[in-house]
Design a binder for this molecule. Structure first.
Ligand code: HEM
Length: 507
């Protein structure tokens, strides 16, 4: 009996061994057709080759392995796209199949990614949420109706900068003011109110927890690369995230309640509460969780991206005084004395708009877009992309590709004056800071109004110099990777209200 048991055990072991070998052979066959890439270590793969700036490391590796490259991050297979031609192929020919999302542990929370637009897989549920957001938030008519709200938020930022520069040592942490402005703008679009006010305790708390959520969301998590560690949550990221998300939902609940008790015009919250489906399915109201998630996601998607773009733009202008003088000359000529910059001036401010484009080319806030995922296997550029592969588009590298851009690392807005037809709506694959295809950022129409208005208002109203006696060439332009690619050292500058207007009203 014992002998028979032994034989049975041996047969079982042999069968398992044969199955493993067969799987490995099949894997090898598949791996043979994967895009090329750097050799990695067993288990951890290429994790240790990423360094502190993965967008730079990937750009370096792509020079050796090509514009479509396989990287292994632990057990997570990743394909990195690094040229405009490969990006064109992806978005033109494989957009649907690659429109899934790689959902990281930190995004799942205690109830999975229910209600999330950003992390929803491509399909009817994503389509419904996306249509709801675009039709209620980002249509031209809605954006036109919200023009005064944007003007109010930007003017209040100018006022805060003025107060800070007269009351304190004259030095302004510009990023903080951009963050306050964009946070309050989204607060106003959602709930018709400023969330952040110097005297608001709840606003400060909301700001704190939302900031922690963004920080945690951008932190590399070992559990994503080695799924066995998922349950252990080795860095405590999921636990901390659950805590901060819980607090934000709690506050959002209170804000929603207060908002419903108050009178006011129609805002995005009304649209979410009234929504009953988009006609494709049985009418159903959105769950309170879905409403909370959408609200939180708008803050997460909108504030850090806007803040970091504006802070980089300001740093580039202070580092390039000739460009700064040219922007100010354009603004002061078009807007004129004792008037505020308004959105209707934008058609006459091509250089200001070129400054924004040049900033997004050199400093895209999401250097890999939001990670895509292959929902099925497909063949791209002759290579096999297996199902569930993470796809990262290195828009940072594409924006600095010397094959496309002359003197690619120079900040030269003039290039976009010559290329005035090039926009960032995802049609020009050498410049896609907002992505392209189905998953392109739905807020392009909002951002294209807000970014030049906010930057232009600060340069129209103030003259700027660097704090701490820094010279332009001494500005620390190093980057820090969080949820967005930020300036590592906050920009500190001195704002002096512009007194160049003559008393008779002429400049
Ligand atoms: C400088 C400003 C901004 C930049 C550069 C930017 C860029 C992006 C990028 C690159 C993506 C991912 C595209 C992809 O995965 O292929 C994205 C997605 C998204 N953005 Fe923006 N964004 C900005 C501002 C905003 C604002 C202000 C909002 C909302 C108020 C917003 C809402 C979203 C949402 C909801 C998504 C997810 C769309 C989806 O998955 O279908 N973004 N954005």
């Amino acid at each position: 009996m014992e002998f028979e048991l032994l034989i049975l055990q041996c047969v079982l072991i042999l069968c398992m061994w044969a199955m493993i070998m067969q799987r490995q052979n099949r894997r090898r066959e598949v791996l043979g057709q994967l895009p090329p890439g750097p050799r990695g270590w067993p288990v951890v793969g290429n994790i240790f080759q990423l360094g502190w700036a993965p967008h730079r490391s990937f750009a370096r590796m792509a020079r050796e392995h090509g514009p479509i490259m396989t990287i292994r991050l632990g057990l997570m297979r990743t394909v990195v796209i690094s040229s405009d031609e490969a990006a064109r192929d992806m978005f033109k020919n494989h957009d649907t199949v690659l429109a899934g999302r790689k959902v990281y542990e930190v995004m799942k929370g205690s109830s999975g990614n229910e209600g999330s637009l950003i992390t929803a897989q491509y399909g009817p549920h994503w389509r419904m949420l996306r249509r709801l957001c675009t039709s209620e938030f980002f249509t031209i008519s809605r954006l036109d109706a919200m023009r005064d709200v944007r003007a109010r938020c930007v003017n209040r930022m100018v006022q805060y900068v003025e107060e800070a520069s007269t009351h304190k040592e004259n030095v302004v942490d510009v990023g903080r003011f951009f963050f306050l402005m964009s946070f309050n703008l989204i607060g106003n679009l959602m709930f018709s109110r400023d969330l952040l006010h110097p005297n608001s305790k709840m606003g400060a708390e909301f700001f704190h927890h939302a900031g922690r959520i963004m920080e945690l969301a951008g932190k590399p998590n070992v559990a994503d690369f080695l799924p066995l560690l998922r349950w252990v949550d080795p860095q405590g990221i999921r636990r901390k995230m659950d805590f901060h998300v819980g607090r934000v939902f709690d506050m959002a609940g209170r804000i929603i309640k207060a908002r419903l008790e108050a009178e006011g015009g129609k805002d995005f919250l009304d649209a979410l509460l009234e929504f009953e489906g988009d006609g494709d399915e049985e009418p159903t109201k959105l769950s309170p969780r879905t409403i909370n998630v959408i609200v939180l996601e708008m803050f997460i998607a909108g504030t850090d991206t806007t803040t970091s773009t504006l802070e980089w733009a300001m740093a580039e202008l202070l580092q390039n005084p000739k460009v700064m003088i040219k922007v100010q000359a354009e603004l002061r000529q078009v807007v004129g004395p004792n008037r505020k910059l308004e959105e209707q001036h934008m058609a006459e401010l091509p250089y200001l708009k070129a400054v924004i484009k040049e900033t997004l080319r050199l400093h895209p806030p999401l250097p890999f877009l939001v990670p895509h995922r292959a929902m099925n296997s497909c063949k791209m550029q002759g290579y096999y992309i297996p199902e569930d592969t993470q796809v990262l588009v290195n828009v940072w590298a594409i924006g600095r590709d010397p094959k496309t851009w002359v003197e690619p690392t120079e900040f030269r807005p003039e290039r976009f004056m010559e290329l005035s037809h090039v926009d960032y709506r995802g049609r020009h694959f050498d410049f896609i800071p907002f992505g392209s295809g189905r998953r392109v950022c739905p807020a392009v129409p909002l951002a294209s109004r807000l970014l030049p208005l906010a930057l232009g208002s600060l340069f129209h109203s103030f003259n700027w110099t660097l704090a701490d006696d820094l010279k332009p060439e001494d500005i620390d332009m190093s980057e820090r990777m969080g949820i967005t690619l930020k300036k590592a050292v906050p920009l500190r500058a001195i704002a002096t209200p512009y007194k160049g207007w003559a008393t008779d009203g002429s400049d």
